[in-house]
Ligand binder design. Sequence first.
Ligand code: ZN
Length: 276
Amino acid sequence: MSRSIAVFVLGLVILGASAASQALELTGPLSQGALVRGQVAPGSEVRLNGDPVRVTDDGRFVLGFDRNAELRQQLTVLAPDGSRRQKTLTLAERDYRVQRIDGVPGRTVTPSEEHLARIRQEASQVREVRDTDSSLTGFLGDFIWPASGRITGVYGSQRIYNGEPRSPHYGIDIAAPAGAPVVAPADGVVTLAEPDLFYSGGTLIIDHGFGVSSTFLHLSGFEVTVGQRVRQGDRVARVGSSGRSTGPHLDWRMNWYQVRVDPNTVAPAPTAGHTP
Ligand SMILES: [Zn+2]
């Protein structure tokens, strides 16, 4: 009698453990352009379409989906007990708007050969910084908006400069006066502070960990330097109109490594009259 109770109790514990090892929680919209945070049992391995994803010791991770991501994504969780769970994520397809911008300086619409060399060099510098794979965990917290103002550009829109179609816009544009403060949307470390890139002018990148970074474009100045640790809400830069810009605004971009994601999927737009 007492022996059968012991077996029964042991059975329950094993069942409980195997259910916990299968736990998978995702936070964020499942759509193209989204940054999605997740939780699995500590010690689990996570793979997205077969590629390993970095996981914290307590089982937290983050995924990013680009503008035109495949709508079906395979997520695999290998639990510490050896069990394996395969889940197909179905992303919502997004509809992007077309935005026409006229009066942009001609040299930035069709750059010369000499400018092209500089553009390529700067792109590879930015790419390298966005490959940063640190163990910072700023990406786990809630993000705040880095500036206050009217939204004048959104993620994913197809841009047409002086009548010529160009690559889509990947940031959120926030209209703000030159010199207005830009604050860190989450904790992190400054990984790039370049005063004069060809397209993006004054450019600052903050690493939030696990491949998640924020990039701020067209700045007029910096309040921080490369390597500096910042806390959410710290002043990091000043709004400007440098690079390919038609007026003072902040262009805020977010990446998961090289994948460009929509900041709006992490920090929903403040409602009118209630900007941070
Ligand atoms: Zn922009």
